[in-house]
Design a protein around this ligand. Structure first.
Ligand SMILES: Cc1cc2nc3c(=O)[nH]c(=O)nc-3n(C[C@H](O)[C@H](O)[C@H](O)COP(=O)(O)OP(=O)(O)OC[C@H]3O[C@@H](n4cnc5c(N)ncnc54)[C@H](O)[C@@H]3O)c2cc1C
Length: 532
């Protein structure tokens, strides 16, 4: 089929992201977007991943242009608190490259070096919480609540490889981002904006959608239909009958209570990271935006009901008055994202609970794939293209599912039935080697772990690094002290290298702590560069 016209159903962030990208990259396509005035967009979706920069670049958007309209702030990391022991411990998963050495082979040595230091100097001096800082100095920005364009060089390198434009992502109001794209890209590019509630479709004899029908009698025809109707999945699931594949055997959280709270002190509370804090039956997110803080308790209704969750969340927030909005999470993906002439994008295709901020990420990555697929052969697409697209979209969300599941299975918590089930009952479908081997055999098993989770096949570096941060932060050591003694204690040169690393790290820490103390806060940085 040749695609000359597209009809997008849904005007949430996924709908307008689709309209903006496709109208920008395919200016001769005829595009219409139908949006219901009666069904509001979901109203959450505030934390993004580094990949978001790809989407911004494709649209040639500059921070100072779009950020002020979307209450956006920078995000350098995700912090996980109470996921390992539930005793107040917290570790960062910073974005950007691991920056001790340039290439990944030597990175192996540095990753290993941290665990050797742990063996030589003890876990008090080198706790799992310090792994991120040791391997990626962006962690200092997050911990200190600052933002900066330049960072001091390291070791024998005069310049650090820190790059604010690529190594951060954003906290933002996703609905406002959709509106920004609508007003500044999609509609100016000629996207036809239609208000209406789609309630029926007309099919071709082959089962393709010919037109969608709105409640007020409108009939909109197109070659390709993009379903952005959120969890309803009106076209893909209801009308095309594509099966839903739930993820609740591996990820238990199916409910959320969400709200926004006011700042008490922007200087200290506007941290450049998403804070995730584990509670009794799930976890709470804290997302500092420019105007307020998005927060919510994401929990499993199998273990705690809404009233109990509300009590626990209010106690955590120390706020009895704020308005909480309950959300039911439809957790999983559809069997395929693209069938015949219907593609599901955003929640209409699938959703992983938001622990790793993957909602908008799967949205824009799938969208970029779709736009590239249309470009390949001047918008002629066949079953082959759909199959390749479906393979890739499934891989992205399945890889992320495994990655997010690790945050639970690696926990040491056993204080509630929820945590006991998270740590004792989850089966990894694609997990050939098992986590315990990784603790015994050494660093290479971190690599095997990635292979077995199929993480290296998509955006391999970022995904692989993510797993390493989480695995290390959750306390897994790829070498035991006995292994260290057996392998290293007879090699004077090797021991000296560990001692040298200790000296270099302590020196670097001193430099970095001194440097961060002289930088403007994240809030000050935004006032000076974005919200001028
Ligand atoms: C608790 C929670 C926390 C989240 N946190 C994050 C996060 O931190 N980071 C992140 O990236 N993502 C997060 N997400 C996901 C994020 O909310 C979504 O990815 C994002 O907002 C995209 O939503 P959407 O556009 O697919 O759907 P929606 O926002 O639900 O939009 C659906 C649209 O379809 C329209 N519509 C529906 N039916 C019809 C119809 N019959 N006719 C016409 N129009 C119709 C509606 O009017 C609406 O415009 C979170 C989700 C949840 C549930």
């Amino acid at each position: 089929m040749r695609v000359e016209s597209i009809c997008i159903v849904g005007g949430g962030s996924a709908g307008w992201m689709s309209a903006a990208l496709l109208s920008h990259e395919h200016p001769d396509l005829e595009i219409a977007l139908i949006e219901s005035d009666n069904i509001k967009p979901i109203g959450v979706g505030e934390s993004t991943l580094q990949h978001f920069n790809r989407f911004l670049k494709r649209l040639e958007l500059k921070d100072e242009d779009w950020m002020p309209s979307c209450n956006a702030t920078y995000k350098a990391s995700i912090r996980f608190k109470n996921f390992r022991d539930g005793k107040g411990e917290a570790f960062q998963y910073p974005f950007g490259d691991m920056d001790r050495e340039g290439d990944m082979d030597r990175m192996d040595t540095w990753i290993m070096r941290f665990f050797e230091l742990q063996c030589m100097y003890g876990k008090d001096k080198y706790p799992p919480e310090d792994f991120a800082q040791f391997i990626n100095r962006q962690t200092y920005l997050a911990d200190a609540g600052i933002m900066a364009r330049e960072m001091p060089g390291i070791l024998d390198r005069e310049e650090s490889n820190w790059d604010l434009d690529n190594d951060t992502s954003y906290h933002l109001n996703a609905d406002k981002f959709g509106e920004y794209l609508r007003d500044n890209i999609a509609v100016p590019n000629g996207v036809h904006h239609i208000k209406g509630d789609v309630h029926n479709i007309i099919r071709t004899p082959e089962g393709y959608i010919k037109s969608v029908i709105t409640l007020d009698g409108g009939c909109i025809s197109a070659d390709l239909f993009i379903d952005c109707t959120g969890f309803r999945s009106l076209l893909l699931e209801t009308h095309m009958g594509v099966d839903f594949v739930p993820f609740n055997d591996m990820l238990f959280n199916d409910s959320a209570l969400v709200t926004h709270i006011d700042y008490k002190d922007k200087e200290t509370e506007m941290v450049p990271y998403t804070d995730c804090v584990a509670l009794s039956n799930g976890w709470v997110y804290n997302i500092p935006m420019w105007n307020n803080i998005g927060t919510g308790y994401v929990y499993s209704s199998k273990y705690i009901n809404e009233c109990e969750a509300e009590l626990e969340f209010r106690e955590y927030l120390n706020d009895q008055d704020c308005q909480l909005m309950p959300i039911k999470i439809k957790h999983g993906r559809h069997d395929v994202a693209w069938t015949k002439n219907v593609v599901g994008i955003g929640l209409a295709y699938g959703f992983l609970e938001p622990l790793e901020s993957t909602g908008l990420m799967t949205t824009h990555e799938n969208l970029i794939l779709l736009s590239d697929t249309l470009s390949q052969r001047d918008r002629i697409v066949t079953k082959h293209d759909r199959d390749v697209f479906n393979h890739q979209t499934e891989k992205i969300i399945e890889s992320m599912k495994n990655f997010v599941t690790l945050h639970y299975t690696l926990s040491c918590r056993d204080d509630t039935q929820y945590w006991r089930d998270c740590t004792e009952t989850i089966e990894f479908g694609k997990f050939e080697h098992g986590i315990n081997e990784a603790t015994l055999i050494g660093l290479n098993d971190y690599r095997n772990l990635l292979d077995s989770l199929e993480m290296k096949t998509w955006e391999s570096d970022n995904m692989g690094e993510g797993t390493i941060y989480i695995t290390a932060g959750m306390g897994i050591r790829p070498i035991s002290e006995a292994f260290f003694k057996e392998k290293r204690s007879h090699e004077e040169g090797a021991l000296q290298a560990v001692k040298d690393a200790h000296q270099a790290y302590q020196k670097d820490k001193e430099i970095m702590l001194d440097w961060v103390s002289k930088q403007p806060s994240h809030y000050e940085y935004l006032k000076e560069h974005i919200y001028v």
